[in-house]
Design a protein around this ligand. Structure first.
Ligand code: SF4
Length: 424
């Protein structure tokens, strides 16, 4: 988007216009659900193109990297399909220049106070179920100077929360620096003035770089939050999934993380119905979820993806059973989440306000990532708050995934902009 803007295009993210000259769809293709959503989106815009509401339709991203030939045959109305590394070609197609000096220039499609930053692309892990390495290729770290430069620009543009993402954050540096550099990168980022929250998403558990943990403790602007997808806990499942870790080591790792970083909130994701998952494997997983009481948790039904190693196995668990198992896990997690949220009632927390929705201002604590985690709601008829500002709040009541709060005082320099109760 940054490149197009620099070429004098007017670029908008998901804006509903009556007429668009060019629509570019960035697709996802790693599991069945994502593929369906991507295809539905292409079909929708193809229909708009047929009605004359779109002049040119372009598809890029993982789905077209993986299924370009099929898509060209199945949906010929699309003007051009590009893969995951085709950005310069896509720009050329639109008669725009690829400007190397603009690397790191971004046009955010998130609210202006937070941004996702991808520190590496691709993945070298051998997880049996995963199609991502097929689409994204081998692991390639982004040089540290580029990341720091991009972050400084983002902060100058108003970003306060930076969410580091990658297929596997823990591998950062191994390819270009011949050693894991996540801890060093974090430390350098944490020193950037004005960056108030740094969040880590997607850390692979096997060979987790333990030097990251003391850095998390040392810098208050590194959120005490870690998203570590564990996928399963039964040894036979972990082995078949080729995760490079056992149940015992996973339990030790979780203990070590919690002991080294007191108060850390761990988010995980799991898979239900992987080939060969027995009732016993599932019971073990459920028990693990109940015992570990993760702060945040998500679960996917196993998706049988061609070209993966797991595709050579039989997809033994029926779809309904996968779904039933996912629901049982989520029910258990719901109770855990309610209990954890209730323990917050009457405490004071710092929240970052994301937006206003209906009758509430919606914010998050440092323990919550946007779009996937819990939210904190403040009555919009009581206060005027500013999205992108931090506030100190009192937690009044709790539900499974939401906290209701009242304002204590502003933690930001723009305190005088707040209209306190009664002045609405
Ligand atoms: S680490 Fe993540 S992206 Fe890499 S192969 Fe495993 S599941 Fe896929």
């Amino acid at each position: 988007m940054g490149q197009l803007k620099a070429n004098d295009f007017r670029v908008e993210h998901e804006k509903k216009n009556t007429h668009d000259e060019v629509v570019i769809i960035n697709t996802c293709g790693f599991i069945e659900k994502a593929k369906e959503e991507s295809i539905q989106t292409i079909l929708h815009y193809n229909m708009l193109k047929e009605k004359g509401k779109v002049d040119q339709l372009i598809v890029t991203g993982c789905l077209s990297e993986r299924y370009k030939k099929d898509l060209e045959i199945e949906i010929p109305g699309v003007d051009a399909y590009f893969g995951t590394t085709d950005l310069p070609r896509l720009l050329q197609y639109l008669k725009a220049d690829y400007k190397h000096e603009l690397l790191g220039e971004r046009l955010l499609n998130t609210p202006s106070h937070y941004a996702f930053l991808k520190i590496s692309e691709g993945c070298d892990r051998p997880c049996s179920f995963c199609a991502i390495p097929i689409m994204r290729g081998v692991h390639k770290s982004k040089p540290m100077e580029e990341i720091l430069r991009e972050t400084e620009k983002l902060v100058q543009g108003g970003v306060k929360e930076l969410i580091l993402i990658a297929q596997d954050l823990t591998f950062y540096g191994l390819d270009i620096y011949k050693e894991r550099k996540l801890a060093f990168l974090l430390e350098s980022l944490a020193k950037i003035p004005g960056l108030e929250w740094i969040r880590l998403q997607y850390a692979y558990p096997s060979q987790f770089p333990m030097d990251v943990l003391p850095v998390m403790n040392r810098y208050p602007n590194i959120c005490k939050y870690l998203d570590m997808p564990l996928q399963h806990i039964s040894d036979s499942m972990l082995k078949s999934m080729r995760r490079g870790i056992t149940k015992r080591r996973t339990l030790e790792l979780l203990d070590e993380i919690r002991n080294t970083v007191p108060g850390i909130h761990i988010r995980t994701t799991l898979i239900s119905g992987y080939p060969g998952e027995t009732e016993q494997d599932f019971e073990e997983l459920l028990e693990f979820v109940k015992e570990q009481k993760f702060d945040r948790l998500g679960i996917f039904n196993y998706s049988h993806e061609e070209q993966t190693h797991a595709y050579t196995l039989e997809d033994t668990v029926p779809e309904e059973l996968k779904q039933e198992r996912s629901e049982i896990i989520m029910e258990a997690q719901q109770a855990i989440s309610l209990e954890k949220n209730q323990s917050r009632v009457n405490s004071e927390m710092k929240v970052l306000i994301d937006r206003k929705e209906g009758a509430y201002w919606i914010g998050r604590t440092e323990f919550d990532s946007p779009e996937v985690d819990n939210e904190v709601l403040l009555d919009a008829s009581q206060y005027y708050l500013e999205p992108g500002q931090f506030y100190q709040v009192h937690i009044d009541r709790a539900e499974e995934f939401d906290l209701y709060a009242s304002l204590i005082h502003s933690n930001s320099v723009e305190r005088n902009k707040i209209v306190l109760p009664g002045n609405n």
